[in-house]
Design a protein around this ligand. Sequence first.
Ligand code: 13P
Length: 324
Amino acid sequence: MVQSGKGILAADESLPTIARRFAGIGLESSEQTRRDYRALLAETDDLERHVSGVILFEETLDHKVSDGQTIPHALQARGIVPGVKVDKGTIPVSPSSVHKLTQGLDGLAERLSGYREQGARFAKWRNVYRVGASDADYKVTVNMGAEILARYAALCHQQDLVPIVEPEVLMDGAHEIEHCAAVTLEVQHAVFQALYRHNVDLRYIVLKPNMILPGEGVGKASPDRVAEATLQVLMQTVPAAVPSINFLSGGQTDLEATANLQAINQAARSFTAPWLLSFSYGRALQAPVLKAWQGRPENVAVAKAELLHRAAMNGGAVAGDYSA
Ligand code: 13P
């Protein structure tokens, strides 16, 4: 799962999210179209050269590729580790709040053991944090959110699964990059303190954080600025025992996400960062694939070529030698 020059493909969109993505290409989301699309991703030749793991949605664990193997087993056979999103989405902390907590801890131990039987070897849980009002509900997301993430990670270890720990500070809003840095610093501190309290061995987790970016209403920061701000926060919060930091793309375009990852890896060379700095992208890997595919069988080959290309570019950025 952690290999230099490689990263993770997030293909774990929930039912409402995949329906939105498919609507963008005029395609209805049905079990059949979701299977066809995820099989396309899983059957892309040479993907294993740049991708070490794929995060799947629960339903996909049972879906089959063309030779009749399940998608997790087909991935495993090619040396790609299959994983699964295990959280159950978010709800507001209080009825009118912008701040949200993630659900899904009840019955999680049993679900994890079932996912393992279906072939999953790692799991993913995402919390979201909104930059803005630092009110009581925000404090709840920081404190309670950290406990929830740490409890999830502890349960994964009990079931012999590697937890991807994903505290995502969203780019929604019109805040400056410094504000994103301050919130991410607070969130990451709370998460690692909770992981310690819950006795989670940090050598066997993967952290999936946001990069430090200005709010989407403010415009873009240069890759060098993003890299500097991101590394500053991570150096202050993430212990060296964590083997890999795999960033989410979180609304960046595919090209921005690659350029920022490249800048982070270049900047990290100057102080020998202790972690692999890689990707766990959903939208930034899949947007060009969906656009090429359009739900049509005759476009499958070109859609696979798009996926392989973006994966290769991001693999290059992990090594710090991507050029646009
Ligand atoms: P994005 O890269 O599209 O943000 O998705 C990654 C992910 O898994 C979000 O939970």
